[in-house]
Design a protein around this ligand. Structure first.
Ligand code: UDP
Length: 336
C-alpha cells in the first residue's frame, strides 16, 4: 500500500518506514525536519514540508498518491508542553486537523495515529488497560487525547477509519544499528544512562529515590522500537482488510525500575554509570505498565524483545556507532 508517513524522519517513524518497506508497502515520508533527521529515512522518498501548512499537507497527500496515512509527526516532551501549551496544541492538534482535512479532500480514509500512555494520566489501577479512565495531566497528553477524539468523531460521521496506538516507553534502536534515537535535548532514561556510561554525560541523575516502589525509583514499561514499528504494519493491514477502528496499548506488560535499567546498562556496557540521586521530576507517575494483551489478541501482535537487556544492547550499539546522525554524516564526509 502507498502510505504517507508524517514524522517519518523521527525516532519511531523512521523505524516504521523500514518495517513498512520490508513488508512490501510503499512508504513516503512527510517531515519538516524540525526534530527529525534526513539520514534516518532509509528505504523511502522524503517530502520536506509542514503539517501546519494546509498547502504543503494537501500537496504531500496528492503527490504521494497515498492510500493511507501513518501519523507520527508531533511534539513529544511532557515538560516542554507545560511551558508551551500553545505550541503543543498548534502542532499536535491543529496540524492533525490540516492532515485530516487534506485526507478527506483527497479521499484517503485510513490513518494510524501515534498516541501515548500519557492519555491515561496518573494510573488509578495497574496494569493500565484501554478501558482505564482517560485523564491526561499534561498539555502533551491532552493534545494527543484531543486527536483521538477527533478521529473517533470523524469515524462516526465522515467514514474515517483509524487505529490509535498508545505507546508506553519506546526504547532501543534498529537491530542492524543503522538508525536509532537522536533527540535534542535527550531527556529519556535509556539513552541518558548509556551516554553517561560512554562518558558523554558527566553523570546520570536518578529522578527520585523515594517513590512508593520496591527500590524507590520509578517503574516503566520499555518496549522495543522495532516491536512498535511492527505493530503499525499490522494495524495498517488490519484496516486495509476492513478491520474496525480501535485504540490499542503498545507495551510489554513488564515493568522495570530506573535502578534496574542502570544495572542492566552496566552489564551490557561493562562500564560503571556515574550516578547522582536527585529529586522527583514534576508530572512523573511512580509506575506505568501496560496491559498489552488486547492488541495481541485482536491483531496477533507479539513483542519480540521482551528482555530489557536486548533492548538496552540495541540502544548501546547505536551509541557506540556515534549515536547522532550529524556525527555519522561527518564521519562519512571525512571518509571514515
Ligand atoms: N529518569 C531518570 N533520569 C533521567 C531521565 C529519566 O531517573 O535522566 C526517569 C524518569 O523520572 C522516569 C523514567 O526514568 O521515571 C523514564 O523516563 P523517560 O523520560 O525515559 O520516559 P517517560 O516515562 O517520562 O516517558
Amino acid at each position: 500500500m502507498r502510505a504517507l508517513v508524517t514524522g517519518g524522519a523521527g525516532y519511531i517513524g523512521s523505524h516504521a518506514v523500514r518495517a513498512l518497506a520490508a513488508r512490501g508497502h510503499e512508504p513516503v515520508v512527510f517531515d519538516n525536519l524540525s526534530r527529525g533527521h534526513r539520514e534516518a529515512v532509509i528505504d523511502a522518498p522524503i517530502i520536506v514540508g509542514d503539517l501546519l501548512s494546509p498547502g504543503d499537507t494537501a500537496q504531500a497527500i496528492a503527490s504521494s498518491r497515498a492510500e493511507a496515512v501513518l501519523h507520527f509527526a508531533g511534539l513529544t516532551y511532557v515538560g516542554e508542553s507545560v511551558g508551551h501549551p500553545d505550541v503543543y496544541y498548534r502542532n499536535n492538534v491543529a496540524g492533525t486537523m490540516n492532515l485530516l482535512d487534506a485526507m478527506r479532500e483527497h479521499r484517503v480514509g485510513t490513518i494510524i495515529f501515534s498516541s501515548t500512555a500519557a492519555v491515561y494520566g496518573d494510573p488509578v489501577r495497574l496494569p493500565i488497560d484501554e478501558d482505564h479512565p482517560l485523564a491526561p495531566v499534561s498539555p502533551y497528553g491532552r493534545s494527543k487525547l484531543m486527536v483521538e477524539w477527533m478521529l473517533r468523531d470523524r469515524a462516526a460521521s465522515l467514514g474515517l477509519r483509524y487505529v490509535a496506538l498508545r505507546y508506553f516507553n519506546a526504547a532501543g534502536s534498529s537491530l542492524d544499528g543503522r538508525i536509532g534515537e537522536d533527540h535534542e535535548p535527550e531527556t529519556h532514561l535509556i539513552p541518558r544512562v548509556l551516554l553517561a556510561a560512554a562518558g558523554e554525560l558527566p553523570e546520570l541523575t536518578i529522578l527520585g529515590t523515594d517513590w512508593d516502589t520496591p527500590d524507590g525509583t520509578c517503574i516503566r514499561d520499555y518496549i522495543h522500537v522495532e516491536d512498535l514499528a511492527e505493530a503499525h504494519v499490522l494495524a495498517l493491514d488490519h484496516l486495509a482488510g476492513g478491520g474496525r477502528s480501535a485504540s490499542w496499548n503498545l507495551g510489554t506488560g513488564k515493568g522495570c525500575s530506573v535502578r534496574e535499567v542502570i544495572a542492566c546498562a552496566e552489564k551490557v556496557t561493562g562500564r560503571k554509570v556515574p550516578l547522582v540521586e536527585g529529586g522527583r521530576r514534576a508530572g512523573d507517575p511512580a509506575v506505568l505498565v501496560a496491559a498489552a494483551d488486547r492488541i495481541q489478541r485482536e491483531l496477533g501482535w507479539r513483542p519480540r524483545h521482551l528482555d530489557l537487556e536486548a533492548i538496552v544492547a540495541s540502544a548501546w550499539r547505536w551509541v557506540e556507532r556515534g549515536g547522532r546522525y550529524a556525527r555519522l554524516a561527518a564521519a562519512r564526509g571525512a571518509g571514515r
